[in-house]
Write a protein that binds this ligand. Structure first.
Ligand code: NIG
Ligand code: FE
Length: 403
């Protein structure tokens, strides 16, 4: 089905396949008064006036804004419990120590795969309604072979059910279960879980929570090397609670991304730049933890291609809307609107190694795009908390329309 979108007030997009670093993050192409044609899968033309021949459906953008579908490259969207009591206790002064991960793992252990899928679906539907067309989802609340695989199978099921691109990540190394010794658990990750993930093709990435009180650098290195040997690409939860040199390790391992980075050092930032690792920043988590924000401006000054993600999870970030994430990035981390858009589209696609396909609106890329009821893209952070999405098109098909 060839869809033509007419009467676009502003079509805003970064360009290319490579991550946009430093000053390039501001380089958006802004087309005014254009039309966009898709062939049921890809973008075939963007021009002032497109020939109507062969068009099956015309959509009037009513002078609104068109952006690439948003890419959320870091979530823990499949879980069995919410943790509002822990959240409220934290606001009363109970510090976050990650202990809630074990509570979430207990809940997952007694929940069936079908119930995990059913529980996650409404969250993914809300994400889609907020314009997220690609989402990464991590396991990590299983903490045993059986339950980590159960989560990854649930993620695979969701991928079939939802009209979104879903990228699965294995995060068995999220915490240490109480039932088994530390070294035994790491050995189970390496000798049982990673080989099973590989054999059943259950994940594209492997991630480790490398932080104070969690996996040491040495443990993280051992696990991620094994993962790389099994053909998985690498990510790290790095330097969220303390600067443990997680960024430096991500650089050493040439990971695709290093995520969180609230406490990263200047040296860590420079190593990320040298190694071409993408910093994925999660301002929703800093907001919910009432913590400091990652040093995004410094990263951009040093030329890094900052990406944004929600980190949607039951413990530290119940925010699933990338609009709130973008708003926080602008209001709290000092990104320009243009930088934040690049960070939530092209650079986020690069953090999932999908920028050949998605992340910008140009001829040949997949037709993943969103129509917004806004007069100008500059209104995005101004209407903080508002979801401006009128329509979502994924792979050239209309997959969501607001009421
Ligand atoms: O990304 N930092 C580690 N993991 C999650 C939180 C996990 C939890 O508390 O459930 C995060 O913030
Ligand atoms: Fe996370």
């Amino acid at each position: 089905m060839n869809i033509l979108i007419t009467n676009i007030g502003q079509l805003i997009t970064p360009h290319g396949r490579a991550p946009a670093g430093g000053k390039q993050m501001n380089d958006l192409t802004i087309y005014e008064g254009v039309e966009l044609l898709t062939n049921g899968e890809r973008i075939t033309e963007i021009a002032a006036r497109i020939d109507r021949a062969g068009v099956d459906r015309t959509i009037d953008a009513r002078g609104g804004v068109v952006l690439p579908g948003l890419v959320d490259p870091h979530t823990h969207a499949v879980f069995a419990d919410t943790r509002e009591e822990e959240f409220l206790a934290r606001l009363q002064g109970n510090p976050y120590d990650g202990g809630g991960i074990l509570a979430s793992a207990r809940a997952v252990a007694t929940t069936s795969e079908e119930d995990l899928v059913e529980g996650a679906l409404p969250y993914l539907q809300r994400m889609l309604a907020c314009g997220t067309t690609t989402v990464e989802i991590k396991s990590g609340y299983g903490l045993s072979l059986e339950n980590e695989i159960k989560l990854l199978v649930a993620i695979r099921q969701l991928k079939k059910m939802m009209p979104m691109r879903v990228v699965p990540t294995f995060l068995g190394a999220h915490a240490f279960p109480k039932e088994i010794g530390r070294d035994d658990y790491i050995s189970s990750i390496i000798t049982e879980m990673i080989p099973t993930v590989r054999r059943r093709r259950l994940a594209q990435f492997c991630d480790v929570f490398c932080d104070r009180g969690f996996y040491t650098r040495a443990e993280t290195r051992t696990i991620l090397r094994a993962a790389r040997g099994a053909g998985l690409r690498l990510k790290l939860h790095a330097d969220e609670l303390a600067d443990v040199g997680g960024a430096e390790l991500a650089a050493e391992l040439e990971a695709t991304s290093a995520d969180h980075l609230l406490k990263v050092s200047e040296k860590g930032i420079k190593r990320l730049k040298e190694a071409g690792v993408i910093p994925v920043l999660l301002p929703g988590t800093a907001f919910n933890l009432t913590s400091n924000y990652a040093p995004a401006r410094r990263m951009i000054e040093l030329g890094l291609p900052v990406a944004l993600a929600s980190d949607f999870n039951p413990g530290t970030c119940p925010i699933y809307s990338m609009w709130i994430v973008i708003g926080l990035a602008v209001i709290k981390m000092g990104l320009s609107v243009e930088e934040a858009i690049t960070a939530a589209t092209l650079n986020a696609a690069c953090a999932l190694e999908l920028s050949e396909e998605i992340g910008s609106l140009e001829k040949g890329k997949a037709a993943d795009l969103i129509l917004l009821d806004l007069e100008s893209y500059r209104q995005i952070p101004y209407f903080f908390g508002h979801n401006p999405v009128r329509m979502v098109i994924q792979g050239g098909k209309v997959v969501y329309e607001s009421a």
